[in-house]
Design a protein around this ligand. Structure first.
Ligand SMILES: Nc1ncnc2c1ncn2[C@@H]1O[C@H](COP(=O)(O)OP(=O)(O)OP(=O)(O)O)[C@@H](O)[C@H]1O
Ligand SMILES: [Mg+2]
Length: 267
């Protein structure tokens, strides 16, 4: 897909320029479900809020290097990766405070965005089956770095009013990134989140999305499930927090759809 060295690693940017649609919840729980299937999975926390890191119990000391130093080319990606309590699941943490926002400001000073994250991932691509990039809800240089590094985008779409609005903006940006920075980038996957299946609104959003994007929309729909909202405060994925909950089952099924018969690399 990209011109990265040949490897069986898939890099997915989980992105939508709309707040609170389930990006981080998807990064954590899809990541955990892929890990449970045996895939070595790395979640890279690119959001200054740091929710993916804290939601998996990664609370590195203030002076520990993070993705901020990787983007500044002061550390390798390898050197900042932390294991989680879940087998096969690893996190490249964001800094605790708002330092990532500061790094983003530095990156904006570059006339042309440089593929800093892509270089960092390429250096250790062979170690991973999946790399999930938890993007911020903004379209700054952090997201642009993610789009340069990604093989494809996974867009979570909340079953809500105006759900499809954010998608128009995303498609526009993807067009521009394709022209200038990453010719292979595409929105390969759409995931319906927070569905209240029996409600008319959820059904309408689902219908519209499937009409517009066909089989790029995962068959599995993520239900509204309170266990998904609780899990981050327990510092673990919903698969560990409430293994038989509807939320856990749904993310397991999405992981199977995504991996679609693929098997973990033999190491
Ligand atoms: N399927 C779900 N059922 C119930 N609650 C959910 C579900 N998905 C996400 N949530 C909750 O909704 C809130 C927003 O989700 P999340 O943080 O994943 O969104 P986000 O897109 O990453 O937000 P941001 O744009 O701020 O990064 C969180 O409190 C999360 O726990
Ligand atoms: Mg988030």
């Amino acid at each position: 897909m990209s011109d990265s060295p040949a490897s069986d690693c898939t890099v997915l940017a989980i992105s939508l320029q709309k707040g609170g649609v389930g990006k981080t919840t998807t990064a954590i729980n899809l990541g955990a479900a892929l890990a449970e299937l045996g895939f070595r999975t790395l979640i890279i926390d690119l959001d200054p809020q740091g929710n993916a890191s804290s939601g998996l119990g990664i609370n590195a000391p203030d002076d520990a290097p993070t993705i901020a130093e990787v983007l500044l080319r002061e550390e390798t990606l390898d050197s900042i990766i932390e294991p989680t309590a879940e087998k096969n699941l690893f996190v490249a943490p964001a800094p605790k405070r708002q330092e990532l926002a500061g790094v983003e400001a530095q990156l904006v000073a570059e006339m042309f965005p440089q593929p800093r994250l892509k270089e960092a991932i390429d250096a250790c691509r062979d170690d991973w089956d999946y790399v999930l990039l938890d993007c911020p809800p903004t379209l700054g240089r952090l997201t642009v770095n993610a789009f340069m590094a990604a093989d494809a985008i996974l867009a979570p779409v909340q079953c809500q009013y105006f759900a499809l609005e954010g998608l128009r903006d995303l498609s526009e940006v993807v067009k521009q990134v394709r022209q200038a920075l990453n010719p292979n980038l595409e929105i390969a996957h759409y995931l319906l989140t927070m569905s209240e299946g029996t409600k008319k609104l959820s059904q309408e959003v689902e219908g519209e999305l499937r009409n517009a994007f066909g089989d790029r929309v995962f068959k599995t729909v993520i239900p509204y499930n309170v266990k998904l909202a609780e899990a981050p405060s327990m510092e673990r994925s919903v698969l560990k927090h409430a293994s038989t909950s509807k939320g856990a089952k749904a993310y397991r099924t999405v992981a199977k759809e995504l991996s679609n018969g693929r098997t973990p690399k033999v190491r």
